[in-house]
Ligand binder design. Structure first.
Ligand SMILES: NC(=O)c1ccc[n+]([C@@H]2O[C@H](COP(=O)([O-])OP(=O)(O)OC[C@H]3O[C@@H](n4cnc5c(N)ncnc54)[C@H](OP(=O)(O)O)[C@@H]3O)[C@@H](O)[C@H]2O)c1
Length: 312
């Protein structure tokens, strides 16, 4: 291995963005079935600051110090044993979550299981490649879980966020009619994506019932805390799924926790490259300002995706 160390954002204890430090750490070495990626972009997701806050300790093991970040786009820089699928120099992207939290993507180098890696198609920008993985795979899985297909009418709670903007577009591509919740200032954007916008909060049930008097076939919850409204707008036999409400199963729905999936990500990436799917970039931050990106994400007002620009 040519390099022994790298720059990475690290935290030594759980807390807030003030825990994040950019420092020199040991470069990771790819194990069997893994590649090492030289990072160009790393997408930011709310889960990154939830992990930093210690909120996922019951769900997955953590090993401090932690390099945060689960989304990556970059160039394969080294191969572990038994990786015939890829070569050094390949351009790739990945939702790079492992079975424990320790070495993430807000770093110059990261190792990833080859099965979790997608080849970056020509024509896909580095920003979009870094922003797509976790949010895109989540959008697909939650639409699957709610049974969204040709002819469905689906309500998307939280349609203007990182997952929401992709879920709206993917539902439309499946041939569904989409009603999406967002603040008023996001309604034009939702219309442009093919959704019928409604405001969230009081009045939501009436607004949805006005658009779909028989109720909707599916509800996709990307915000949490909306179970009563979900049940009130669902048609008889309708399905619902949430990425933000662990108790969805207790109300006849499904809770979804996204898994890495290289082949599915490659299909999504191709759709973006082909212009079928738009990945809206809401902001770009340098590796030295992951704290700024987290502060923006924590505001809950981000429209689209935030990315960390690690290298040109
Ligand atoms: N289980 C999983 O596998 C999984 C995967 C990905 C994400 N998640 C979780 O899902 C949530 C969404 O993720 P994300 O990446 O899309 O977040 P995000 O991009 O930060 O979402 C921001 C958006 O949330 C909207 N919003 C806030 N409160 C809302 C409400 N009460 N009703 C409707 N919209 C509301 C805002 O819309 P306006 O600006 O229009 O107000 C904003 O556009 C996060 O909690 C995240 O941790 C879970």
């Amino acid at each position: 291995m040519s390099e022994q160390t790298m720059q990475a954002v690290v935290y030594d204890e759980f807390g807030g963005p003030e825990q994040l430090v950019l420092r020199e750490v040991a470069a990771p070495t790819p194990g069997p079935g893994e590649v090492r990626i030289r990072v160009k972009r790393a997408g930011v997701n709310p889960v990154d600051w939830k992990v930093l806050g210690g909120g996922l300790r019951g769900l997955i093991p953590h090993v401090l110090p932690i390099v945060p970040g689960w989304d990556v786009a970059g160039v394969v820089d080294a191969l572990g044993p038994d990786v015939p699928e890829l070569a050094v120099g390949d351009e790739v992207l990945s939702y790079a979550r492992k079975d424990w939290v320790q070495q993430g993507t807000f770093a110059e180098l990261v190792t990833v299981r080859v099965v979790d890696v997608a080849r970056k198609p020509e024509g896909l920008s580095w920003d979009a490649a870094g922003a797509l993985p976790l949010a895109g795979l989540t959008a697909e899985r939650v639409l699957d879980a709610a049974g969204v297909s040709l002819g469905s009418t689906v309500l998307v709670h939280g349609a203007s966020g990182g997952v929401g903007t992709l879920a709206v577009q993917l539902a439309r591509l499946r041939g569904a009619r989409v009603i999406g919740t967002a603040s008023l200032s996001g309604h034009d954007r939702l219309r442009a994506l093919g959704a019928e916008p409604v405001a969230y909060g009081d009045g939501l049930v009436d607004a949805v019932r006005a658009l779909a008097p028989e109720g909707v076939d599916a509800v996709v919850d990307l915000v949490g805390g909306v179970m009563q409204q979900t049940l009130a707008v669902l048609a008889e036999g309708g399905r619902h799924a949430s990425i933000a409400d662990h108790a969805a199963g207790e109300h006849g729905g499904r809770w979804v926790w996204v898994r890495p999936d290289g082949p599915r990500l490659e299909t999504l990436a191709q759709r973006v490259a082909d212009g079928e799917l738009d990945v809206e970039i809401a902001g770009s931050f340098p590796l030295a300002d992951v704290a700024g990106a987290f502060a923006q994400s924590m505001s809950g007002t981000t429209r689209g995706k935030l990315v960390i620009h690690v290298a040109d």
